[in-house]
Design a protein around this ligand. Structure first.
Ligand SMILES: C=CC1=C(C)c2cc3[nH]c(cc4nc(cc5[nH]c(cc1n2)c(C)c5CCC(=O)O)C(CCC(=O)O)=C4C)c(C)c3C=C
Ligand SMILES: [Fe+2]
Length: 470
């Protein structure tokens, strides 16, 4: 988020279907094709100067357009809450930082309702508009079917997700890092699918009479399914709320390109490489959480591009330190019968094992806390698969968690976002979401359940789900 919010005009850089249109976000994504980053727009060190290998001018131009999504939102105001700054305001400024995260079940009994919340999210299962009435019945069905497999995973890591505890620790660490930079702030945690829900965090923010808010999703790269989904929730909550719609807010959409984050990832990799007998022979294996291909190709999700750039930047940093190992990127954790981003982690592990790679360092890249997909999927399933496929020496980079360089960099990101805070003044024009009507909801649920049930009896669907869900 080292970018400033330059001109906030025009259409959306997410092409075609995916639009944050009815939202706070729409008008603030920068889209003017002719506008390239100027030095005053961005910290050019990490953005306009960056050139990936073998990119044509058109690609670079496209890439720069995409990079503009990294800009924080809003303009003006000043860091009144920076301790020691002088101002003549009568109302005392109270800064809030809202950390957004996914959330995870804390007990095995939470698993099915957690999965229901996840699959009921239209940014996770993206149904065509005409079929949206099926969302909740489908979510119910899929969550019930998926729960046994998920429960096994959570049982294997101690009976629940560690995400809440880790995120709370990160919130605390961030508050202290801000304080060390003379910025006093309340730091809140808002989860998308489990407690403490984003709605609860916002309620607390209102009770605390926060006067300026920085929203910081704990996902380094932007995806429709993660940051995008959480921002939609914020839009819904802010809309129509007199206090919230006037609250100056700055949203940090992605921060994978920040030097502090890149350096702390490089530090972790360098340290883990040092544990191998022959560090230079180790393949660095980045494993990112996948998303369905349609997100990227049809909905314009910048996730894949940002992931590739992120890895490029980390490898550049390692190269600058004299570390020139081979590396590769693959995508893990696919769910359901659709195509996900390739290559798939499990397939690549087998392939490189068979090709004779003997030492491998797994680097989880899309998330900054330990969770089921690092502790169970990578540490157990993928490690087993890799060793079976001929890899002899296995290592895994820990998630960043409360790494002090990393947290300090997040604190810098917050400070940089402060002057960009702007009231979101939610617009209701063209609102797609129908007002809540209980009768309409019941009718939808009834017919939706019947349809979902019939759909599930279709032999093709039965087969697809059996292979991919359980
Ligand atoms: C950047 C990170 C993530 C992306 C992108 C993402 C997309 C995505 N996820 C699912 C389905 C599931 N995800 C689940 C757990 C889960 N997902 C992420 C991160 C991203 N998801 C994390 C960190 C976690 C773990 C949370 C925890 O409890 O520790 C699960 C539940 C676990 C399981 O059953 O495997 C599901 C299901 C989809 C469909 C999707 C994109 C469309
Ligand atoms: Fe996920």
């Amino acid at each position: 988020m080292e970018a400033a919010a330059a001109s906030l005009s025009g259409s959306n850089i997410f092409h075609r279907n995916y639009r944050f249109s009815r939202s706070i976000i729409r008008s603030r994504y920068i889209a003017s094709g002719s506008r390239y980053f100027s030095n005053s727009d961005l910290n050019t060190q990490n953005h306009s100067v960056f050139k990936g290998p073998n990119l044509s001018n058109v690609q670079i131009q496209k890439r720069n357009l995409r990079l503009q999504t990294n800009c924080a939102l809003g303009v003006c105001t000043f860091p009144e809450n920076v301790m020691g700054s002088h101002h003549s305001h009568v109302v005392e400024e109270k800064l809030g930082v809202l950390l957004l995260n996914l959330g995870g079940p804390e007990t095995l009994n939470d698993v099915q309702p957690f999965l229901y919340n996840l699959f009921a999210d239209p940014d996770i299962i993206r149904l065509p508009r005409l079929l949206r009435f099926l969302q909740r019945p489908l979510a119910k069905l899929i969550s019930v079917l998926r729960a046994p497999k998920s429960k096994e995973g959570y049982a294997a890591i101690g009976g629940g997700s560690p995400l809440r505890k880790i995120t709370d620790e990160q919130a605390d660490a961030l508050r202290m890092a801000l304080e060390a930079k003379n910025v006093r702030a309340n730091v809140y945690v808002g989860m998308r699918y489990w407690f403490p829900f984003t709605e609860e965090a916002i309620e607390q923010i209102k009770r605390d009479r926060i006067t300026k808010l920085v929203v910081l999703p704990l996902y380094p790269q932007f995806s429709i399914s993660t940051t995008g989904s959480s921002i939609r929730v914020l839009q819904r909550i802010f809309k129509g709320d007199a206090y919230l719609s006037r609250l100056p807010v700055s949203v940090i959409l992605s921060w994978y390109q920040r030097q502090g984050y890149i350096n702390s990832m490089a530090d972790l990799i360098e340290k883990e490489l040092g544990k191998f007998a022959k560090p230079e022979e180790v393949m660095i294996f980045f494993s990112a959480h996948g998303v369905p291909v349609s997100y990227v190709e049809e909905a314009g999700d910048p996730y894949k591009d940002q992931m590739e750039e992120c890895i490029y930047l980390i490898m550049q940093e390692l190269k600058a330190r004299g570390i020139g190992n081979d590396h590769t990127l693959a995508y893990q954790s696919r769910v359901g019968p659709v195509q996900w981003l390739k290559p798939y982690t499990d397939e690549v592990l087998v392939e490189i094992g068979q090709k004779g790679v003997k030492s491998l360092l797994a680097v989880p890249i899309s998330f900054v806390s330990e969770h089921i997909e690092t502790l169970e999927e990578i540490d157990m399933e993928y490690k087993h698969l890799a060793l079976e496929s001929g890899i002899k020496n296995w290592g895994r980079v820990p998630a960043l968690g409360c790494n002090s360089l990393f947290i300090s960099d997040l604190a810098d990101a917050v400070v940089e976002a402060l002057p960009l805070a702007k009231a979101l003044s939610a617009s209701t024009e063209n609102d797609e979401e129908a007002e809540y009507d209980p009768l309409r909801y019941l009718v939808k649920m009834f017919f939706g359940s019947i349809l979902a049930f019939l759909l599930l009896l279709t032999p093709r669907v039965v087969l697809a789900f059996r292979n991919s869900l359980f």
